[in-house]
Design a protein around this ligand. Structure first.
Ligand SMILES: N[C@@H](CCC(=O)N[C@@H](CS)C(=O)NCC(=O)O)C(=O)O
Length: 213
């Protein structure tokens, strides 16, 4: 497999797809395209006419958009273990991912993923606070319903990959979290794959001024 991604520091959608492959130790090559640099849009379009990363090339099949890439990886390479096996938990996990994919605009705009940045006194506006509280509710429901003391739905799932950029944002912007949720963030941050991504972000030097990547 070949995964085309953007900058490790900024590309939250790329992180989701990469984390699925890396955490489950699947074999793949990474092609990194530094976003918003001369020629980068054309480079991305050569893989994906929609002009966005991530893109996965798998044995002649092109898959684009992070959610369908994660679904594809789960179905084709993980015997569907990207989702919880319990139907009710699976429905919750799928809904949480779809909600991440389509919502939380205030949080995404005000707190763009920037793995190298650590903010001490970030002011959380009312609409960002609303997004954070909704995420708290989702995480708490997931952890409680699954009885998990590890990942959101027990074993690592697509949902953890999907919320990994939120973990990076909440911790990077110094948002104070309830104990149960801070503990979840700590477990995610301790994952070797998350550590590897953060280290790759540290090694990059490009700076993007855009609010949301
Ligand atoms: N919904 C898409 C979003 C992809 C997306 O917005 N990717 C950003 C990088 S994180 C991108 O390619 N930006 C480049 C551009 O817009 O020119 C997904 O889930 O993959």
């Amino acid at each position: 497999m070949q995964l085309i991604i953007g900058n490790h520091n900024y590309s939250s959608w790329s992180l989701r797809a990469w984390l699925m492959l890396r955490h489950f130790d699947l074999a793949f090559d990474t092609t990194r395209i530094a976003l918003f640099t001369p020629g980068s849009a054309e480079q991305i379009k050569a893989y994906n006419p929609a002009g966005k990363v991530p893109v996965l090339l798998d044995n002649g099949t092109t898959v684009w958009d992070s959610l369908s890439i994660c679904e594809h990886i789960s179905q084709m390479h993980l015997q569907n273990k990207g989702w919880p096996s319990d139907p009710s938990l699976r429905a919750h996990a799928r809904s949480s991912c779809a909600e991440m994919h389509s919502s939380f605009m205030a949080l995404r705009h005000a707190m763009p993923m920037n793995c190298r940045r650590h903010v001490d006194n970030f002011t959380v506006s009312a609409d960002v606070q609303q997004d954070i509280e909704r995420i708290h509710t989702l995480w708490r429901e997931a952890l409680t319903q699954s009885g998990s003391e590890q990942f959101l739905y027990g074993d690592f799932s697509i949902a953890d990959a999907f919320y990994a950029p939120v973990v990076f944002r909440l911790t990077g912007y110094g948002v104070k979290l309830p104990t149960q949720l801070q503990a979840y963030c700590d477990r995610m941050l301790a994952l070797p794959a998350c550590q590897e991504w953060l280290s790759l972000a540290q090694q990059e030097s490009e700076v993007i001024e855009a609010e949301e990547v």
